[in-house]
Ligand binder design. Structure first.
Ligand code: P6P
Length: 325
């Protein structure tokens, strides 16, 4: 099987003008993914479980692996003279990477270093989600918030790393979705799932129904009608978004995180969870919406804003859309 390195070389050859900067960006993510995978897989043995004591911008207790993953991805992306700025779920403000040699760097990265981290100490899969844009302010200026608050349609690439029974890197640069599986014995990612496409239909819906009573009425009706459909539907919900999305990518299904009393704007973050996943889902032939609006067309207002989030098979999301319009 083709390695990730060989895949990057072959795809870069298709773009003769490319500077190789983007490939170096993926190489940085690949390195960090291998190190985080190693730490996640030995977490049960080494004392890096449990709260790090601090809380992140969201007010959530930071698990030690959260902090470790955040620091690692920041270092990997900063040390390779590739990006001019980074935004992370674990940091209130964006991080300026502007040492003189990095002033000319084109890309900004937004990242959720370890999504689903509350599942770490019960051995449930967790993931990293990343979103990549070209900066829009002039190269010789410091990076600014405008470089980050771009609509999802401007993404040049997006992906996730799933630390599960195997570690997989799944990403797209706008030309389809490809999945790479890590062989931990030799530390190499292999192209295991080329050109991933969602199945044409699906019968899984994934959401936390404990919030049902405070969902919008349209969502309640959609769910009640699913239950009437002579149970051709089944529920699967891991509570770790990357795992839920990854399963639906291969088995088909719809993932829903509606607004509710506890999360009036939804729980998931637009910039480094919903936009990258929406980019992948659409590249794989699906749809991703926030109530009746396409996720990728939302004009962001703040770095950590939340949004209701529904994504999956085109046909299943279109049925939901009938309730929302
Ligand atoms: P709830 C994990 O904390 C996370 O951010 C996502 O990975 C996951 O989809 C969601 O929250 C789960 O939230 O409210 O169902 O526990």
């Amino acid at each position: 099987m083709q390695t990730l390195g060989e895949f990057l070389i072959s795809t870069q050859q298709k773009h003769p003008k490319s500077t190789g900067e983007f490939s170096r960006l993926i190489h940085a993510l690949r390195l960090a993914a291998k190190v985080v995978s190693h730490e996640v897989n030995k977490a049960g043995i080494v004392d890096i479980l449990g709260d790090a004591g601090a809380t992140n911008i969201q007010g959530e207790a930071q698990q030690k692996l959260d902090v470790f993953a955040h620091d690692l991805f920041i270092k990997a992306l900063t040390n390779r003279n590739i990006v001019c700025g980074i935004a992370s779920e674990e940091a209130e403000d964006f991080i300026q990477v502007n040492s003189p040699s990095e002033r000319g760097n084109n890309y900004v990265v937004l990242i959720d270093p370890l999504d689903g981290s509350s599942n770490i100490d019960v051995n449930v899969s967790v993931g990293t989600v990343f979103s990549i844009y070209k900066r829009i302010t002039p190269l010789d200026y410091d990076v600014s918030i405008e470089d980050f608050l771009q609509p999802g349609t401007n993404q040049v690439a997006a992906g996730y790393i799933l630390y599960g029974t195997s570690t997989m890197l799944v990403y797209s640069t706008g030309d389809g979705v490809n999945g790479f599986t890590l062989n931990p014995a030799i530390g190499t990612f292999y192209l295991s799932h080329p050109n991933i496409k969602l199945p044409s239909d699906g019968h899984i819906y994934s959401l936390n129904e404990a919030n049902f009573l405070t969902f919008p009425d349209a969502i309640k009706q959609y769910l009640l009608d699913r239950k009437k459909q002579d149970s051709q539907y089944t529920t699967r919900y891991i509570g770790s978004m990357v795992s839920d999305i990854h399963r639906n990518m291969f088995k088909g299904g719809i993932f829903l995180y509606p607004s509710n009393a506890k999360s009036p704007n939804g729980k998931l973050r637009l910039m480094y969870e919903c936009n990258p996943i929406a980019f992948l889902i659409e590249q794989a032939g699906g749809l991703a919406i926030s109530m009746n609006k396409r996720i990728l067309e939302i004009s962001p207002k703040t770095l950590h804003q939340r949004t209701p989030f529904f994504c999956g098979n085109k046909e299943m999301v279109e049925i939901l859309l009938e309730y929302l319009t």
